[in-house]
Design a binder for this molecule. Structure first.
Ligand code: GUN
Length: 298
């Protein structure tokens, strides 16, 4: 049987439309227009592209964006001063510092300076800590992991009681995705470079989240028949037929995997569009809270 394809582009478009309605309601009810500040340091091509996509999504949803670019030579004090001034600006409800930062800047110091209530990326250690603890309500969940959960929910995958395996333990995806799955009562195993039997572990997963950054690492024989496979990978591989000589593939061997899985996300068009959708959800949440309303945005 061929897997159901989970269409992240369509689901993200639906969420963006819901956010647009929520933004208009907030403007009408409280006169508050949500605002997102984006901070870009240096000239990483990928980061420039991502930030411009994030700003475009904001504009389409009626969210104001405040963009600042600093040169690759910016000092830690300059970046810190910028984040602090955005923290004090009442028109800015969310602050996004695009990662990675240049090596002279201590990422932890910068992320700690984002006020909790404006941490729409969900990277502040107190937000991550709240996700890790029972009975604590994080202000925000990090966007890509939140997008993974949303894809599972909106594609009808049951998380409660499922055996979930997360490949990768990064701060941005693997670790927070694991914590969100535990919050939702999945039994979670995290696999990483020192895991003894990755193949066997993956094969037991009802839900497999691949976030290790290795092109087509997950082969069909690593997938339990009928499992839901969420591919977070975005790897460029050589393809002379494409304009830039490169093509985007995920961490999963999609063509083979779709013959075994029950449901699967493609790359592109799976998790990617969800990250931006969840960012604007979080920005609307932040603006609603600042206006004294319940955070629930969509
Ligand atoms: N770099 C890669 N992914 C992300 C993300 O979700 N947010 C930020 N700020 N930087 C990133």
């Amino acid at each position: 049987m061929t897997a159901r394809i989970i269409d992240g582009t369509a689901i993200a478009a639906q969420i963006r439309a819901e956010v647009k309605v929520g933004v208009a309601a907030l403007v009408a009810e409280k006169g508050v227009t949500p605002g997102l500040a984006t901070v870009l340091v240096g000239d990483n091509t990928g980061s420039h592209k991502y930030v411009s996509m994030k700003r475009k999504a904001c504009a389409e949803a009626g969210i104001r964006s405040f963009h600042t670019e600093l040169p690759a030579t910016a000092t830690q004090a300059e970046v810190l001063a910028l984040v602090q001034s955005l923290g004090a600006n009442p028109d800015v409800h969310g602050i996004l510092v695009q990662l990675p930062l240049p090596s002279q800047i201590d990422e932890a110091v910068i992320l700690n300076a984002v006020p909790l209530e404006k941490d729409v990326d969900g990277f502040h250690p107190l937000n991550i800590g709240a996700i890790a603890m029972k009975g604590r309500n994080p202000m925000f969940a990090p966007c890509t992991p939140a997008g993974v959960i949303e894809l599972l929910d909106r594609s009808g995958t049951k998380i409660d009681g499922a055996d979930a395996v997360v490949l990768g333990r990064s701060n941005i995806v693997g670790m927070p995705a694991s914590l969100l799955l535990i919050q939702r009562n999945a039994t979670v195993t995290i696999c990483h470079s020192r895991t003894k039997d990755i193949k066997g572990t993956c094969r037991r997963a009802d839900i497999l989240v691949a976030a290790i950054g290795r092109a087509r690492y997950v082969t069909a024989d690593m997938i339990k028949p009928g499992a839901t496979v969420i591919d977070v990978g975005t790897n460029g591989v050589d393809d002379p037929t494409k304009p830039g000589g490169k093509r985007l593939v995920g961490d999963v061997d999609f063509e083979a995997a779709k013959e075994v899985a029950g449901a699967i996300t493609p790359v592109p068009g799976g998790v990617g569009p969800m990250t931006i959708a969840m960012l604007i959800v979080n920005t609307l949440k932040a603006a609603r809270r600042s206006a004294g309303l319940p955070a629930k945005a969509i």
